[in-house]
Design a protein around this ligand. Structure first.
Ligand SMILES: Nc1ncnc2c1ncn2[C@@H]1O[C@H](COP(=O)(O)OP(=O)(O)OP(=O)(O)O)[C@@H](O)[C@H]1O
Ligand SMILES: [Mg+2]
Length: 242
């Protein structure tokens, strides 16, 4: 499980996280929401050790992330699939190379073995016959799927999605949401979705954590969130146009 305790992070004078406490149990899907710039991406970067806390800590499977050495951090990261904001595919690489990159760079696996795994992960996200294509030839939704296949390549215990449906039309968004939900149940992965899309939240998440003013302002179900008569929550819902 993931335990975030009293996490503080500033950049210069800007205090972004001011004491975040959050527990994410194994197998659950949690949506992290909040206004643009409130620190959602900063928070999830701490989970995989891409940022170091000023104070407080993140614990994953009993290990304090900021105390790990390089090798331990590598081991920890291999338990995570990460779909970055934007798909972050390499334009010069084919789909096969993009999805298999972690394996070709970090394991002694043969090309044919990697291809088998790549194909298996592409099947999971309903993509076939595109191994030799380059990202530029793919639609936005397909790129997200390829990014997702790449995130799955190490058989992660956790998947982090940063804004998986941003920039997609409603129908494509729907299919990505379905995939996130389906994968979370089928692979029994613990799923963390950062999003400002309340439609997605309702479809995929067991639980919502809302960041406001550097802390977890709300934690609960989608229904509890929608029924809240707290001013901050009501104005957030209104602003998302949901
Ligand atoms: N590496 C960094 N150096 C300096 N400032 C940063 C850095 N990373 C994030 N910030 C600042 O921290 C704040 C929170 O950023 P973050 O990316 O977490 O927002 P967010 O909630 O993910 O927003 P969005 O919904 O727009 O993606 C922003 O003001 C941002 O400019
Ligand atoms: Mg962000």
């Amino acid at each position: 499980m993931i335990r975030i305790h009293n996490l503080h992070k500033s950049f210069g004078d800007l205090q972004v996280l001011k004491g975040v406490d959050l527990e994410i149990s194994d197998g659950e899907t949690i949506a992290i929401i909040g206004r643009s710039g409130c620190g959602k991406s900063v928070l999830i970067k701490h989970i995989v050790g891409l940022l170091q806390p000023d104070f407080g800590f993140v614990e994953v499977n009993g290990q304090i992330v900021s105390e790990l050495n390089e090798k331990e951090l590598y081991m920890l990261r291999s338990k995570f699939g990460f779909l970055f904001q934007g798909s972050a595919l390499f334009d010069s690489l084919t789909v096969e190379e993009n999805v298999g990159l972690t394996l070709s760079e970090n394991t002694p696996m043969k090309k044919s073995e990697i291809r088998t795994i790549v194909n298996e992960k592409l099947e999971l996200v309903n993509l076939r016959g595109i191994l030799d294509q380059k990202p530029a030839e793919l639609s936005g939704g397909m790129k997200k799927r390829v990014g997702l296949a790449r995130a799955l390549v190490t058989n992660p215990q956790y998947i982090l999605y940063d804004e998986p449906t941003t920039g997609l039309d409603p129908i494509t968004s729907d299919s990505i949401d379905e995939m996130i939900y389906d994968l979370s149940k089928r692979l029994k992965v613990t799923t963390i979705v950062v999003t400002h899309d309340m439609v997605s939240v309702k479809k995929v998440a067991d639980k919502i954590a809302m960041i406001h003013d550097g802390k977890i302002y709300f934690i609960g179900t989608h229904d509890e969130f929608m029924k809240s008569n707290d001013q901050v929550i009501m104005s957030f819902i209104k602003r998302t146009g949901y």
